[in-house]
Design a protein. Structure first.
Length: 204
């Protein structure tokens, strides 16, 4: 099924995780964003080092490409996260990757609504996102996800850790994100090819 072009079909989560060689029972997060202006990507990798120290095997999928890829690869190696942080490049199966993930991380921000964020909501996944751009207009703090200041490694690691150590809450946030998405698709409008909404439109 698709809603406003967002896939919400079922996926074989176990098979996806097997193909990605994610350790059984290990936390899995996905982050889809172009690898440009990668300051927030660097912060995410540093934060993930802390996560991997507590939860061995915790895996982060970085989906996307760009001229900052080499820099990100170097940061991953410097933090000894080659197995834990996977740079997947451009992918056409983001919906499947989101389905296999326990939650979603958004390090990018723009003036318009992030399509990746909407895809995560459609997939029923909680998001940890940078509190910038339109992200705070879409994510309801503590209800559909968590917002952190740009570049704040401590806050980012703490938000991710909160979802990893409490899968029940992460799942609850994800279900609420899906409900909010379904309520929003009727009120979102296409303007110049970009989805836009106001914070007043987020359902209570």
């Amino acid at each position: 099924m698709k809603a406003w072009g967002f896939e919400s079909s079922c996926h074989d989560v176990a098979e996806i995780r097997r193909v990605l060689e994610v350790p059984e029972g290990a936390p899995l997060a996905s982050c889809a964003a172009r690898l440009v202006n990668v300051r927030n990507h660097r912060a995410l990798i540093v934060a993930w080092r802390r996560i991997a120290d507590i939860w061995p095997g915790a895996t982060l999928l970085l989906v996307g490409d760009g001229d900052g890829r080499e820099e990100i690869e170097a940061v991953v190696k410097a933090h000894r996260l080659v197995r834990e942080v996977r740079l997947l490049g451009e992918r056409s199966d983001i919906a499947a990757l989101l389905a296999a993930s326990d939650f979603h991380v958004l390090v990018a921000h723009a003036d318009g609504v992030s399509l990746t964020l909407m895809e995560a909501m459609a997939a029923g996944k909680a998001s940890v996102a940078i509190a910038a751009g339109s992200n705070p207009e879409v994510i309801v703090e503590g209800r559909t996800g968590m917002l952190v200041p740009p570049g704040d490694v401590h806050a980012l690691a703490a938000a991710i850790a909160a979802l990893v150590q409490d899968p029940f809450t992460a799942d609850k946030m994800g279900r609420e994100a899906r409900r909010v998405f379904e309520a929003l698709i009727g009120s979102c409008t296409a303007a110049d090819g970009e989805m836009t909404m106001s914070s007043a439109e987020v359902p209570a």
